[in-house]
Design a protein around this ligand. Structure first.
Ligand code: HEC
Ligand code: HEC
Ligand code: HEC
Ligand code: HEC
Ligand code: HEC
Ligand code: HEC
Ligand code: HEC
Ligand code: HEC
Length: 435
């Protein structure tokens, strides 16, 4: 009898342990992988002499990845207007009179989802290059807006004139495959070899290894995304020169980087100091601009514990997007209620203090508030990749606009102080910590 009771107790304990286990277990191997260090070159030796061949070659053997990628916006970042004029999303009949370009002159579109800009062939510094039109189409409010690309950290390195501002140094490394390391526009947009490196050797002999980010430790895996999805400075600025010294050559991408190489050797990350607001970041580190996912994420506990961009985004189909977020499941596949990695409460209502089916119970509404914009005149639509909860008192402490706070973004009628009181009344001391 006693034995049976013990057995039942053991089974019960096992059952409870199983029910409350953190769902992180399937990722155990990933999270505990040995760290190779940020300085180690992981590019397979065979790839060192390889050339860029373009995605059509990869399609022959990797139809599934090709099709997923081909439907994603990575494949549509740069589109050829002469091949297909329907790629233009702007209304050119409303283009302002002082525009310095026409649709006829434009060769490529840049982007399509939030804004579209136009590349026009130009000779700059004696080189065949591209310039940008002085107007961009804002998709979010369907309006033409002035565009002065030189008004950025490199403003002292370029003439304040769109005609003299080359895309080669300031855009193309991130938008054309191969340009980052070879300075040749091998293929428009972000194709296979942007993330896997040059493929000629692998195409000739499929036993010849090609880089795959997840071959190494997770911190390094995230680098293939960070090469582009992270605000930076010209790496040359590491050697104590000023932006002026980079006249006409300042680069805004990690020039020379190829997938597998140590990104740290090529990338100078945009500076940020906690407590100091800049043009790119709020004083707590949340983004003010788009393309800042990496800058935010590398400060997050999840990054430090080995979570990568591709734990939440399929690298080929680019799942989990603003227009199609995956919902709470994207988080709950690792986070279960009451688990060691949190949320520490036993149910969704106990954690969020909103009804289970309320918008106030969606993880991303509180953990990825909209803090950033796509242009100076866009609404706040870009969600932060700083997943740690920012309390109303923290928003006040760092003098951030009220609407960047998750609670205040829905409860517009309440002040930050009132919302902080609401939070504290829910009984979690830590929520008041930044008072
Ligand atoms: C002639 C057929 C062929 C072509 C062309 C080809 N591959 Fe492969 N690839 C293979 C085979 C076979 C494998 C090994 C089987 C597997 O893991 O799927 C492979 C594996 C891979 C892997 C996984 C590597 C790993 O270590 O897990 C990647 C990434 C890859 N290929 C990318 C590419 C890219 C990018 C291109 C175009 C530049 C390309 N392949 C062109 C046949 C090909
Ligand atoms: C934005 C970066 C990116 C682009 C672009 C990209 N890949 Fe990948 N690819 C990855 C990552 C990261 C992995 C590792 C996925 C994993 O381990 O779950 C991967 C994995 C693979 C694999 C291994 C099998 C698999 O699906 O995990 C193959 C084969 C592959 N990619 C081929 C391609 C081909 C062909 C293209 C172009 C049509 C391409 N990739 C474009 C990032 C990219
Ligand atoms: C070579 C530069 C580059 C690399 C590498 C890159 N991206 Fe991107 N990514 C872009 C650009 C540019 C866009 C905007 C595309 C557009 O709007 O057409 C984008 C868009 C996206 C989007 C939004 C897609 C949509 O439909 O709105 C996601 C998600 C994304 N990238 C994730 C990743 C992940 C994850 C990785 C790493 C596996 C990665 N990217 C690597 C440049 C890059
Ligand atoms: C360091 C890499 C990098 C550089 C340099 C860069 N971009 Fe991008 N760009 C991205 C990434 C990544 C995205 C998508 C992610 C996001 O917007 O948050 C993007 C998004 C965009 C979009 C919006 C796409 C859409 O579908 O709405 C436009 C337009 C754009 N970039 C134009 C430019 C222009 C013009 C330049 C040069 C003056 C430039 N970018 C320089 C990486 C870069
Ligand atoms: C813990 C999960 C998670 C991680 C890790 C993560 N993301 Fe995201 N990301 C999301 C979710 C969820 C969204 C969609 C939210 C929204 O924009 O509505 C998103 C949105 C995006 C978008 C905007 C897509 C669009 O539609 O414009 C880009 C680009 C992006 N992520 C890139 C990255 C990159 C690069 C990394 C790694 C540095 C990364 N993400 C890491 C969950 C994640
Ligand atoms: C109504 C806002 C809200 C929603 C919705 C929300 N959270 Fe939280 N979350 C918080 C707050 C507030 C904290 C506590 C921060 C602190 O203590 O500093 C927190 C903390 C966490 C933590 C840290 C560990 C802990 O328990 O303190 C994790 C993990 C977490 N949330 C995951 C999630 C997941 C997964 C979802 C979706 C199922 C979610 N959250 C939905 C507000 C929210
Ligand atoms: C692949 C697994 C995985 C996924 C998916 C995931 N997380 Fe996490 N998360 C972790 C791990 C591991 C930690 C670190 C736990 C710790 O340190 O106790 C963590 C920590 C956190 C924390 C607390 C630490 C911090 O920086 O604030 C929050 C909040 C959080 N995650 C929110 C989310 C949200 C929101 C999503 C969905 C958009 C999500 N997570 C998706 C694994 C994951
Ligand atoms: C995505 C929108 C959204 C977010 C984010 C959100 N709420 Fe709510 N909140 C709601 C809605 C909708 C209700 C109505 C009742 C329900 O759905 O549970 C509500 C109800 C409430 C209530 C009870 C009714 C009232 O107004 O007094 C309080 C208190 C509250 N929220 C505080 C907060 C706090 C504090 C935060 C930040 C941690 C927050 N909410 C985040 C949408 C949101």
């Amino acid at each position: 009898m006693k034995k049976i009771l013990i057995l039942i107790a053991l089974i019960l304990i096992a059952l409870l342990a199983w029910v409350f286990q953190p769902k992180i277990l399937p990722y155990y191997e990933q999270l505990t992988k040995e760290r190779v260090g940020l300085n180690v070159d992981l590019q397979p030796k065979a790839q060192k002499e390889a050339k860029f061949v373009g995605s059509k070659k990869c399609q022959e053997c990797h139809k599934e990845q090709y099709s997923a990628w081909n439907h994603s916006l990575h494949s549509k970042m740069i589109q050829d207007i002469k091949k297909d004029s329907s790629v233009v999303v702007a209304d050119f009949s409303k283009l302002p009179k002082d525009a310095d370009f026409t649709l006829k002159e434009a060769v490529y579109t840049i982007g399509s989802k939030f804004k579209q800009r136009y590349m026009i062939p130009a000779k700059i510094n004696g080189k065949d290059d591209f310039r940008l039109g002085n107007y961009q189409w804002n998709v979010e409010n369907k309006k033409w807006q002035h565009f002065k690309p030189y008004k950025y950290w490199y403003k002292d390195a370029y003439k304040h004139d769109n005609h003299e501002f080359p895309t080669s140094n300031t855009c193309d490394g991130c938008h054309f495959t191969g340009y980052m390391s070879t300075q040749k526009r091998v293929e428009p947009a972000i194709a296979c070899e942007s993330c896997h490196g040059a493929g000629s050797k692998h195409v000739e002999d499929d036993n010849s290894p090609i880089y795959k980010a997840t071959m190494a430790d997770p911190i390094r895996a995230t680098e293939v995304c960070l090469q582009c999805h992270m605000r930076n400075r010209d790496k040359k600025l590491d050697s104590n020169i000023s932006v002026k010294d980079l006249w006409a050559i300042a680069k805004d991408y990690p020039y020379g980087y190829e997938a597998g190489k140590p990104l740290i050797d090529y990338k100078k990350v945009a500076p940020f100091t906690l407590g100091k607001e800049t043009k790119e970041f709020w004083a707590n580190g949340a983004a003010k601009k788009n393309r800042t996912q990496g800058n935010e994420f590398v400060h997050d506990t999840m990054y430090k514990h080995g979570i990568t961009c591709i734990n939440c985004h399929n690298p080929h189909s680019l799942s989990n997007r603003a227009d199609k977020p995956e919902g709470n499941q994207a988080c709950l596949k690792c986070h279960s209620f009451g688990s060691v990695i949190g949320p520490h409460q036993s149910s969704i209502e106990a954690h969020t203090h909103h009804k289970a089916n309320s918008k106030g119970s969606l993880c991303i509404e509180c953990h990825m508030p909209k803090t950033a914009r796509h242009t100076g005149k866009s609404p706040l639509t870009v969600r932060s990749h700083k997943f740690e909860f920012t309390s109303p008192s923290e928003t006040k402490f760092y003098k951030m606009p009220k609407e960047t706070n998750a609670c205040a973004s829905c409860h517009k009628e309440k002040s930050l102080d009132e919302l902080q009181k609401d939070l504290e009344s829910w009984g979690m001391v830590e929520w008041g910590k930044k008072n």
